[in-house]
Structures are given as structure tokens and as C-alpha cells.
Design a protein around this ligand. Sequence first.
Ligand SMILES: [Zn+2]
Length: 267
Amino acid sequence: MKNLKISLALACAFLIAACGVVNKKNKGKGMNFFTIEQDKELGAQVAAQIDADTVQFPLLDTVQYADVYKYIYKVRDKILNSGEVDFKDDFDWRLRIIENDSTMNAFCTPGGYIYIYTGILKFLESEDEFAGVLGHEIGHADMRHSTRQISKMLGVQVLLSAVLGDQSSIGQVTSTLVGLKFSRKHETEADERSVKYLCPTDYNAGGGAGFFQKISELGGDTPPEFLSTHPNPDDRIENFQNLAITYGCVGERNYQTELEAMVAKLP
Ligand SMILES: [Zn+2]
């Protein structure tokens, strides 16, 4: 495990952002220049480019690994059906697994296309941990953090060109999304969302804490990229656990054997 390259950005990305109209569903967090439709269009463009790049993003086939996909969609649906996801019915929330055991990462495009590396799936120990991580990713998307971040980095014009299908602009958005680092504030918000989504389910709502616990145990092998994208794992563990108490979450299930059965089916 120690040689796992923790570029774990959980660099979820989403698009929306910077200025303009405040979307009523976006909890007034920042100003959004993009509409939901533009988010979805941009996400579809980016996802199509990622899907086509089989060298950088070797995706697990959805037919050959139907059981694995069925499992991760089941976990996703528990989160989406929590009643706490603002854009549940607006975004696609499509999941794809990238075959790369040395990358502990997951990211989202605008419009809810989520990519998860096999490296992170194999690092997790139980289903509640996976749900915690997936909830974190969905949280970034649901808060529409990425557009804000990406438009700051690339400029709104690049995003607009990408929406219109300009391949070079889509490429810029894609490469930025994959390594996107969120602010600590956005990371904290995504952690909070994760607990909030899991709270109405039978999962241990602080499942994300287990993941960060393991990460922190990697100690000196944890590279700086990880610290910069997901700072203070110890604080976050406490935060996950405290939030679960604050929200009055009572779920306790971790479904460890279920996660292990899924991992055993991975290549
Ligand atoms: Zn994150």
C-alpha cells in the first residue's frame, strides 16, 4: 500500500461559477456564471473526451464488469436518495472506473460525471468509507465548486468555448479538472456534505473518517500533493465524527464484506 501514489486529489471537479446569477438551488454560495444546462453540456463534452482517451483513462468496461458497476451505482443511489442532494435530478451522476492501481484519486466533471481510480477502491476497507468518499465527490459537484475554480484558472471564455465543443478548450478543462485542487474551505464543505448525505442512510455517516484515518497512517509516505489537496487529515477525521454527532446520525453499518467482494472482482 505504501507505494500507492497518493496524488489523491479527490480532485472532484465541477463546473459552475464565478459571477452572474445566483442559482436558487445553490444555497447562495458564490455567484454562478454558468447555467445548469451549460454545466451539463460542458460535462458531456469533457466526459466524451475522457472516455475516448483510452491511454490516459483506461476505463473498466461496463459490460465486462457489470457486477462492479452495479455495486457502485447502488452506493451512489443510496446517497442520491438521501433527500439531501440539491442537484439530484439535474445532473447525470454517471460513474466510471479508471483502471490504475497506483493512483488514489477520484474526480468529477461538470454535470456529474464521476471518475474513480481502482487505486482508491482497493485502498478503502469498507462500503461506508467508499460512500464517504463518493459523498465527498458528489458534494463538490452539488456545491458547484469546480466551475468557480476552473473559471478562475482558465478564464470564463475557455469554458464557454468548451461548451461549444472546441476540442482544445475541452482539453484544457479536462487536464485542469483531473488535477484540480480545491481550497480548504471547499474541502471542508464537501466533507460536511458527505456526512449530511450519509446521515439519513443506514451507513456510519462519518465513513469518510475511516478513509482519512488510513491516509494519515501512511505517515511519511504521504506526498505533499496529498496534503495540499486534502490538508490536515487528523482534523478532518474529527470533523467527520463531530458532524455525525451534530446531525444526530444513527446509522452504524459499514458493509465491509460487500466492499471486499466488489474489490475482489476488480482486475
Ligand atoms: Zn475534495
